[in-house]
Structure formats: structure tokens, C-alpha cells
Design a protein around this ligand. Structure first.
Ligand code: GLN
Length: 448
């Protein structure tokens, strides 16, 4: 597959031919179920778009039954920014319903398969985007990351996935899951493409009140040879599998060989991150999803009266995982429990943020696992608690609002990709991409 950088220099004729071929390739791999829908109208370089990002006049369903039939009336800001740069939305990619999940098994459209092993999950919730890029069915894709949903599927599928600092990329037109955590980001074949796509979609937007008033770009200054101070976390990685630990050791060696300074640091037990995240995310989700009432958007089941219509529509339209989270979110926000859960989670969030700030007083980047294991088999995380616990290495980054980039490091004996992430301080995307670019070159991973 050509890279995004290469695609930017194709002529219009070459691009049209490429898009015809790409459509045929996608149609030849229906079993992967990476795409929900493909549409090769529109000029420009084709980019795969997660099904929770609005593209005008196109169905957008967040992988849910409740949004069947809903057509987007406007473009998300990222889509307009892409259009200005000559990029066009090409297909909608599969995802966990409302971006809640780590496996892409909870989609209304059925599961997406991991292109490296079809009995394994592609990760989630942006599993369709990751599988499409990994299988050579997309030049690049957009995903969204609330607690790891770009980085973890990227790691499971052996591609690059980047979550920007909170506020760097407009959330206008992104179906909200947990508004204080959500960010759109690039999922690409390599680090340079991620930087290119990041530059295109980032920047201030009046339509998003949490958008940072900054427009810094990274590509012009990319420097793979910069010498950095990088934190490693010997105790924090103890909960990871042997495969992940091996990849970690390999990456540490590569960073040393590159001449970076390695500094040992520690982070508090991730069990607090998981509690704080699942309280915060479900609380926000319960209010964000209140708007799906059968009246304003998509599917409606007509009941005996208005209230019954709400009940029937929501009971029928949402899947089990989404219902579980709405219930949990309402519980932690209810009077009597609000102080005990929600307020405590916000305090924990501050502690996590402070912990990162302290580490970044001494270092430029942190090297961390993305997930405790490589891609698991389908059904292995069917217990919701097990699934939540598997997010231990990604969610603190969202709670602290930091930028992070997952990239492939090695393969297991079974040929499954192992990815790791670099984490930078807020608004320090330049350092993140510089460090990642150097590491990528040194590692020289191939997805074959
Ligand atoms: N797995 C996490 C969750 O289910 C993260 C999802 C995401 O980043 N959208 O909430």
C-alpha cells in the first residue's frame, strides 16, 4: 500500500485509478468486516473514517442500532480540514458501539477480524480503522481515543496510532462518548504519515469550546536524531505479558542505541486509573447518550405513549455494553453516591495528572506498554470486568489529557504484532513525533 506521503504527490488520474483498485480490494476481503460502508465518490486521497465522525450526507451510526437511518447533516471539523488538504472520506470503519469496548465485538454490524490472525480481535474501539490500515485496505484512517481506542487497536494490528493532547484536535462532529476524554487522531502505516495527518486535522476550532488556541505543526521540524530523556517504568510493566516485556526490553535497547538518556521512573498502581476512568467515562456517557431518545435521531420504536417510546427505543436500540455503562454512569452521578464515586474519581484524576507532571519535570517522553498482552482471541474478554482491566496502560493518558503514540516494536512467536507507546507532556507533539520517528527507524519493524 502506498503511504499518505506518496499519495499526496499522485495526479488526479492516478488517484482515481487507485481508488477503483482500492474499492475492489476491500470488496475482496468481506470477511474482515473492517468497513461498514465504502463510497468512492469525491475527489482526493481516500481516508477511512471511524463510524462516529460526521461526514455530511453520509450515514453515521457509531456502530449502533439506535442510529440506523441517521444521515449526518454536517461535516466534523476534521473532515473539513482534510478536504482543504486534498483528503476525502472514503469509507466508514467498524467500531465498538459508541466507542465502548476494546475488541470491536460490540458493533451492531458484527465483529471485525484481526488481519494477522482471524481468530483474534483487532482491538477496539477503532478496530475497523486499524484492521483496514493493517490489511492494506486504507492508506490511513481516523479513529477516536477516549481510553485507548486508537492506540490499543493500532498495537494489536501492527500499525501506528496517535492520540493528540486533549484540545489539539476539534471534537466538533465526533459522536460524544466521554467529552472530557475523547480525542480524534490518526491511524497510519508509519510515524511520518501520522505526523502528516495530525498536522492536517489539528488546530484551533471555534466550534469546540475545549479546543486549544494553538496551531503549531510538527512536520516541518521533524527530527529523528534529537537526543531525549526517556522514562522507563520497570515496576509498572510487571503486569504485562512476556511478549510485551520482551518488546519493552527491545525498545529500551533501541532507545539507548539511539543515544537517548534512559531514566527509571515509577507510576502508581493502575487499579486507581481504571476506577477513576470507568467512573468518569460512564458518568459522561450517561448524559451524552441521553439524547438518543427515538425522537431526534435515527431509529424509533413507537410505544404506547411518549415515555414508552423512549423506553422501547432505548431498550431495543442500545446493546448490552452501552446499557451497562448508562446504568453505571447514572449510579455514580446519583445523589448519595455522587460524592463517594464521581467526586473521588475527579480527585484521583488530579493525582494522576500531578504524577505525570512530576515525571515530565525530569524527562521528555515516557515509554509504556499499550496493552498487557497482544491481541486476544474472540470471546476471551467476554467478562466486562476483564475487559475494563485490560485498559490499564492506556487510560491514564486520557485522564491526564496527554499526547501518546503507539507504534509496532516486534512480533511474537505466533507472528502477532506487539506495539508500545511513547507518552509526551501536554502540547508536546513535536517531541512525541521526533522520538517516535527515531525509534521506528531504529526498530525497523515490517508488517509481513
Ligand atoms: N476500552 C475503553 C472503553 O471501553 C476505551 C474506549 C475508547 O477509547 N473509546 O471505554
Amino acid at each position: 500500500m502506498i503511504t499518505l506521503k506518496e499519495a499526496l504527490s499522485l495526479s488526479k488520474e492516478e488517484l482515481n485509478k487507485f481508488k477503483e483498485d482500492l474499492k475492489a480490494k476491500i470488496e475482496a476481503r468481506p470477511e474482515l468486516n473492517a468497513y461498514i460502508d465504502v463510497n468512492n465518490a469525491g475527489d482526493g486521497i481516500p481516508i477511512a473514517i471511524k463510524d462516529n465522525i460526521q461526514v455530511k450526507d453520509w450515514s453515521v451510526t457509531s456502530g449502533s442500532n439506535i442510529l440506523q437511518g441517521y444521515i449526518s447533516p454536517y461535516n466534523a471539523t476534521v473532515i473539513n480540514k482534510m478536504a482543504s488538504a486534498g483528503l476525502t472520506p472514503f469509507g466508514r470503519t467498524n467500531m465498538d458501539e459508541f466507542a465502548m469496548g476494546s475488541t470491536t465485538e460490540s458493533s451492531f454490524y458484527g465483529k471485525t477480524l484481526n488481519p494477522h490472525a482471524e481468530d483474534c480481535v483487532p482491538g477496539g474501539s477503532s478496530g475497523g480503522s486499524a484492521a483496514a490500515v493493517a490489511a492494506g485496505l486504507a492508506i490511513a484512517a481516523l479513529g477516536s481515543d477516549t481510553g485507548g481506542s486508537i492506540r490499543q487497536p493500532a498495537a494489536f494490528c501492527g500499525i501506528v496510532g496517535m492520540k493528540p493532547t486533549y484540545g489539539r484536535v476539534s471534537r466538533y462532529g465526533l459522536g460524544a462518548y466521554a467529552s472530557s476524554l475523547d480525542q480524534i487522531g490518526p491511524m497510519t502505516q508509519n510515524v511520518e504519515d501520522a505526523a502528516i495527518l495530525y498536522d492536517i486535522i489539528s488546530g484551533h476550532d471555534d466550534k469546540d469550546s475545549t479546543s486549544a488556541d494553538m496551531n503549531d505543526k510538527v512536520c516541518d521540524k521533524l527530527d529523528a536524531n534529537r537526543k531525549l530523556r526517556i522514562a522507563v517504568l520497570p515496576k509498572y510493566i510487571e503486569n504485562a505479558s512476556k511478549d510485551v516485556k520482551n518488546a519493552y526490553a527491545k525498545a529500551v535497547q533501541a532507545l539507548k542505541d539511539l543515544g537517548h538518556t534512559i531514566v527509571e521512573k515509577e507510576m502508581m498502581d493502575a487499579k486507581y486509573d481504571i476506577s477513576a476512568y470507568y467512573i468518569t467515562a460512564t458518568a459522561e456517557a450517561s448524559t451524552n447518550l441521553a439524547r438518543y431518545d427515538g425522537i431526534r435521531y435515527g431509529n424509533r420504536v413507537v410505544g404506547k405513549n411518549l415515555e414508552d417510546t423512549f423506553i422501547q427505543t432505548r431498550s431495543n436500540g442500545f446493546g448490552d455494553e452501552v446499557k451497562r455503562r448508562i446504568l453505571l454512569g447514572n449510579f455514580v452521578l446519583s445523589s448519595g453516591y455522587y460524592e463517594a464515586y464521581y467526586v473521588k474519581a475527579q480527585k484521583t484524576r488530579h493525582i494522576i495528572k500531578d504524577e505525570y507532571s512530576k515525571i515530565f519535570e525530569d524527562v521528555d517522553l515516557i515509554l509504556s506498554p499499550v496493552a498487557p498482552t497482544v491481541a486476544n482471541k474472540f470471546g476471551e474478554l467476554s467478562n466486562p470486568m476483564d475487559m475494563y482491566l485490560s485498559d490499564l496502560y492506556t487510560i491514564s493518558v486520557n485522564l491526564a489529557g496527554l499526547p501518546a503514540l503507539a507504534l509496532p516494536i516486534s512480533k511474537t512467536e505466533n507472528n502477532m504484532p506487539v506495539g508500545l507507546q511513547l507518552i509526551a507532556n501536554a502540547y508536546n507533539e513535536q517531541t512525541l513525533f521526533d522520538g517516535a520517528l527515531g525509534l521506528e527507524k531504529q526498530i525497523n519493524y515490517t508488517n509481513q
